[in-house]
Ligand binder design. Structure first.
Ligand code: ATP
Length: 237
């Protein structure tokens, strides 16, 4: 049995009086791709933001590699090896590709920046070609690559991706999912939040379905892809 990398236990998250996350528990094992799927407003982004320390749960525990990270500052969580690629990519538009990558590595010892950057460039040759280009002039798919590359610069051993396919053309969606698989093959553990349930389930080892702040179903990617309820609600079939 693979080692547990991330364990989320009974978290409850509120925005004022709104109870957005209701007693959610799940885990991600080392080397897995796990996906959280669900409709708009189900609580997917809130879950990721809570794990990465941008929001704080009222109750519950979040354990990463055996360490309780609940309540830790977001940059400390990144330093522990858990990095988030936020929804909408949020690259620094007025900085070059290379400067964006350097920002991703700022928590790392100086000597590791150059080798980490080479690794990112070997994964994303297109970023290397465009390393002096302003991030704001990159295409949507290239910005997604840059956001992933920036997260990898932190020396992360697990990546959380929030809706990486959002706003991309079908061709680019294919490309981004291929990149996620490539990053995974290099040993990365991945927690993926997606509205594109079809694509997410097709690459995921395991998946959880979120509905109005609760986990209502879980299974392997394959099981959920062929599940009738999931198919009706999320796969347009
Ligand atoms: P989407 O796919 O549309 O991003 P999601 O599954 O990621 O949806 P969340 O963004 O996590 O959903 O939202 C969960 C619930 O919390 C929704 O009802 C949303 O309206 C509410 N919510 C999210 N952010 C805030 C906020 N800053 N203040 C108040 N309510 C919020």
């Amino acid at each position: 049995m693979a080692e547990t990398m991330l364990k989320v236990e009974n978290i409850n998250v509120y925005y004022g009086n709104i109870h957005a996350i209701k007693d959610i528990s799940f885990q991600v094992n080392q080397g897995e791709i796990v996906t959280l799927i669900g409709a708009n407003g189900a609580g997917k982004s809130t879950t990721l933001k809570t794990i990465s320390g941008l929001l704080h749960p009222k109750t519950g525990e979040i354990v990463y590699q055996g360490k309780n990270i609940r309540g830790m500052r977001a940059h400390k969580i990144v330093e522990s090896g858990l990095a988030q690629v936020p929804e909408g990519r949020r690259v620094f538009l007025h900085m070059s590709v290379e400067e964006n990558l350097e920002m991703g590595g700022f928590t790392q010892p100086a000597g590791t920046i150059a080798p980490n950057m080479e690794k990112v460039y070997s994964l994303f040759p297109r970023l290397k070609e465009r390393r002096r280009q302003m991030a704001g002039t990159l295409s949507g798919g290239e910005q997604q690559m840059l956001a992933m590359g920036r997260a990898l610069m932190s020396g992360a051993s697990m990546l959380m991706l929030d809706e990486p396919s959002m706003g991309l053309s079908p061709l680019l969606v294919q490309e981004i999912f291929k990149i996620i698989q490539d990053v995974h093959k290099q040993g990365m553990t991945i927690l993926l939040v997606e509205q594109n349930a079809q694509m997410a389930l097709s690459i995921a080892d395991r998946a959880y379905v979120l509905e109005t702040g609760r986990i209502v179903m879980e299974g392997t990617g394959k099981e959920l892809l062929t599940n009738e309820e999931v198919s009706k609600a999320y796969l347009g079939g």
